[in-house]
Design a protein around this ligand. Structure first.
Ligand SMILES: [Ca+2]
Length: 175
């Protein structure tokens, strides 16, 4: 089923605004960070406008909205409460192809995290100005975690944009 961006936005608004009991709490475990347009250090930079993370039971899904589609890296740093995290990376090459990678250690972890690359289960879809990164929960401490928080960094040429500008999102409960 195709769902338009407008429909998704309307659903999100409805999910927040609907009175208790009328809408299922499907968006309860969601964190959203909005970021200004034009703060990525110049044209042709990957300019994040909004990032959303759904901390679902079996998947963590990050959605990153960009001001414009450009090549480069989107790095979503994922920090579970009380434990080390991961970086989920989507890379768009000059030919338009997209690669994915998971690295141990969130931005909030101190020092190097000496762990092997956790898993190969990350799926990335990067269509125009929206990138979606979906990670099986088993990739993070075998699924044994609760709330997560996140931040997003883009790189093309150099660090381009970071969202939020300081710190991380709030804690997003699992559910
Ligand atoms: Ca931005």
């Amino acid at each position: 089923m195709r769902i338009s961006k407008a429909a998704v936005a309307a659903t999100l608004v409805l999910g927040v605004a609907a009175p208790l009991g009328l809408a299922p709490p499907v968006h309860a475990a969601t964190g959203v960070v909005s970021d200004p347009v034009g703060d990525a250090g110049g044209p042709q930079r990957l300019d994040v406008t909004r990032a959303t993370v759904h901390n679902k039971d079996r998947l963590v899904v990050a959605r990153v909205n960009l001001a414009e589609d450009e090549k480069g890296d989107i790095i979503v740093s994922l920090d579970p409460r009380g434990d080390s995290g991961l970086r989920l990376i989507a890379t768009k090459k000059a030919d338009g192809s997209v690669r994915e990678q998971i690295l141990p250690g969130a931005f909030t972890d101190r020092g190097d995290i000496d762990r092997p690359t956790p898993c190969r289960g990350l799926r990335v879809r990067w269509a125009e100005d929206v990138a979606r990164l979906a990670m099986p929960s088993a990739c993070l401490h075998d699924g044994d975690y609760g709330a997560v928080r996140f931040s997003v960094l883009t790189e093309n040429g150099a660090d381009s944009d970071i969202a939020p500008d300081r710190g991380t999102s709030g804690w997003i409960p699992r559910g």
